[in-house]
Write a protein that binds this ligand. Structure first.
Ligand code: UT7
Length: 325
């Protein structure tokens, strides 16, 4: 695994200087203290390259025969960012594509990577989750500015043996397009193309927080439970829940419903906020680096995001050292 977060820290107090919000509100309602934000000119691809380099270093080889980049904030609307990232890390020629499943992107990518490996179409897959939401947020919208941060996390996957630490034991994914408006950038796509007269607000990311919250808790609980069933584990046997870092209240509601004590539920959003597709790999790497996640630990992942999309995965933690770049 490899990770990369921007150097620039934006605290809740920093936001309160130009938005009608407060450190107390943001902490109480979300658990977030600060987030990392890229400086102008730094792109999602730049963070993805660093995280990918860290992952290849951690894996002990620069080789991969497929690159998947989960992101909603590509460097350009066209083409995909993954081929550029692949070329920049010395993987010119390998297949590379972007995957768009918003905050569930890393779990969708994990399922894709496993499918490529199981079918024999790839041997080593470099999976990256990277987002720079600071580039799509409305600067005047306190309901989103307080939540999101930028970052990237990457993982190298390879074929292994049943029972080997690192085994992906179960994955489940889902979606419901009827919820498309809950999380959206309303304009600038083919439905309201850039040639039309666009509104200033419509080009920015918008989220109906309360509704997202409700669906997120329900779908994350269901997906985590299903992933556990697919792995043949009982929930009581799970060592760690690493849920998408959307909101500390969502994580504790999901943990409570799964009857997992708080100390088994990973939280790093206090320092990073919601980093979208990067949030699960960043939380995994932090938990592993802190020694909370140890080889063989039964680890349950779950996420909910725009689309709406959701997913769950069960894996045993491998014996690896994540590299932060
Ligand atoms: O990553 C994809 C998944 N995303 C999520 O899972 C996010 C899920 N949603 C949430 O985490 C929460 O809904 C939020 C943190 C976004 C909002 O918390 P909430 O407790 O659901 O608040 P709310 O939306 O019901 O808003 C309550 C009040 C509103 O004011 P009025 O209308 O009651 O006057 C908001 O305008 O809080 C206001 N508010 C704020 N006040 C101060 C919303 N954001 C802020 C803010 N500072 N940053």
């Amino acid at each position: 695994m490899g990770t990369s977060i921007p150097e620039q820290v934006v605290t809740n107090d920093d936001l309160s200087e130009f938005l009608d919000t407060s450190d107390a509100w943001i902490r109480q309602r979300t658990g977030i203290r600060e987030r990392r934000v890229v400086r102008p000119g730094t792109s999602t691809g730049d963070l993805a390259v660093l995280a990918a380099e860290g992952a290849l270093k951690s894996a002990g080889s620069g080789e991969a025969d497929l690159v998947i980049l989960a992101t909603t904030t590509p460097d350009h609307p066209c083409p995909a960012t993954a081929p550029d990232v692949a070329q920049r890390i010395g993987l010119t020629g390998v297949p590379a594509f972007d995957l768009s499943a918003v905050c569930s992107g890393f779990l969708y990518g994990l399922s894709c990577a496993a499918g490529f490996i199981r079918s024999g179409a790839a041997e080593r897959v470099l999976l990256i989750g990277a987002d720079t939401y600071s580039t799509i947020l409305n600067p005047t919208d306190r309901t989103t500015r307080a939540i999101f941060g930028d970052g990237a996390g990457a993982m190298v996957l390879r074929a292994g043996h049943p029972g080997e630490p690192g085994e992906l034991a179960g994955v489940t994914l889902g979606s419901d397009g009827a919820l498309r408006d809950l999380i959206t950038i309303p304009e600038g796509g083919s439905r309201h193309p850039v040639g039309d007269e666009l509104t200033a607000e419509g080009r920015y990311f918008t989220m109906r927080g309360k509704s997202v919250y409700r669906h997120a808790v329900q779908r994350m609980v269901e997906s985590a439970t299903r992933a556990c069933e697919l792995a043949g584990w009982r929930l009581s046997e799970v060592d760690h829940l690493v849920a998408h870092q959307a909101n500390a209240r969502i994580i504790s509601a999901v943990g409570e419903r799964l009857r997992l004590p708080a100390e088994r539920c990973a939280v790093n959003l206090d320092r990073l906020g919601n980093t979208a597709a990067a949030s699960i790999p960043l939380a995994l790497a932090d938990a592993a680096t802190a020694g909370a996640l140890r080889p063989g630990h039964r680890t349950l992942l779950t996420a909910f995001g725009g689309g709406a999309t959701w997913g769950g995965a069960a894996l045993t933690w491998p014996d690896i050292t994540p590299v932060a770049v």
